[in-house]
Design a protein around this ligand. Structure first.
Ligand SMILES: [Zn+2]
Length: 270
């Protein structure tokens, strides 16, 4: 069987029986990979975590996926990997064309400060700490976090987050995730997940801790390349929504809320 035939068969299998997109109430027509291929070096992504999605949600959130792929690559390393650098440059070029404001916010010299920090090899060296808090970066990383929250809900509860559902999100860049908070979060999340294929697993590139009642809520802390972290609570339970709302400054992303976020990074849309 040819590769394209295999692909369309796989697509049919994933879409079979799915009445709606995992992100909104529209009927699905495409396969969404969450996390996206762009997160992985050379786009070498193990299979699994593929979901039915509508074309607009899948297509319009490409900028959010690319922003996350860039954040996952900005690591506190003491050596420069040529491939990593090449891929980061390509991702930045993509962002320059689809969400240029993100690149301006990322490159803003007033948000970069020199620090001495440990690298992956545990050796201290000069690093640059980036504060990324502009409106477009915020919208993109929030959209990405909401996507992963809805995907994990589908993964562990077996159906898309219902219409009344929302995702509370938080993202942490470089050393933004304080050790104590991470420890406390991980202790609340007894189960773990990653992509697996045969003996291979996504390991450091993508793994998560989670907790769920298998009915109404999925809570997860997701790590990308040990560098970019996302914390999500996905639920449709009214009581849980109001309790979580009391603890979050940010508004949660509702099911179907991706187009509104997309209009922030691409004002021509909508
Ligand atoms: Zn959709």
């Amino acid at each position: 069987m040819g590769e394209s035939k295999q692909k369309s068969r796989r697509r049919d299998q994933i879409l079979a029986g799915e009445l709606r997109c995992i992100y909104c109430m529209n009927p699905p027509s495409t396969v969404e990979h969450m996390p996206p291929k762009a997160i992985f070096p050379r786009k070498h992504r193990l299979s699994g975590m593929e979901y039915a999605s509508c074309e607009p949600c899948n297509h319009n959130s490409r900028a959010a996926d690319t922003a996350a792929a860039i954040m996952a690559r900005i690591s506190p390393t003491n050596f420069i990997d040529a491939l990593e650098l090449q891929e980061a440059r390509r991702l930045l070029a993509t962002m320059t064309s689809i969400a240029p404001q993100f690149v301006r916010e990322l490159m803003d010299p007033s948000k970069v400060s020199p620090v001495w920090e440990k690298g992956r090899d545990a050796v201290f060296g000069p690093k640059r700490r980036i504060e990324l808090d502009g409106p477009v970066s915020h919208a993109l990383l929030t959209a990405f976090a909401a996507k992963i929250g809805m995907a994990l809900y589908r993964e562990h509860i077996g159906q898309p987050l219902p219409k009344a559902g929302v995702v509370f999100t938080q993202h942490y860049l470089n050393s933004g995730l304080v050790r104590g908070e991470a420890k406390a979060l991980v202790s609340m999340m007894p189960d773990s997940g990653e992509l697996k294929q045969g003996r291979k697993s996504s390991g450091r590139l993508f793994n998560y801790r989670f907790n769920t009642d298998e009915r109404t809520i999925v809570a997860a802390l997701v790590a990308f390349n040990d560098n970019f972290f996302v914390r999500v609570f996905a639920t449709h339970d009214e009581r849980l929504k109001s309790t979580l709302g009391d603890f979050h400054e940010r508004l949660p992303v509702p099911v179907g809320g991706l187009p509104a976020l997309a209009s922030i990074w691409n004002p021509r849309r909508e």
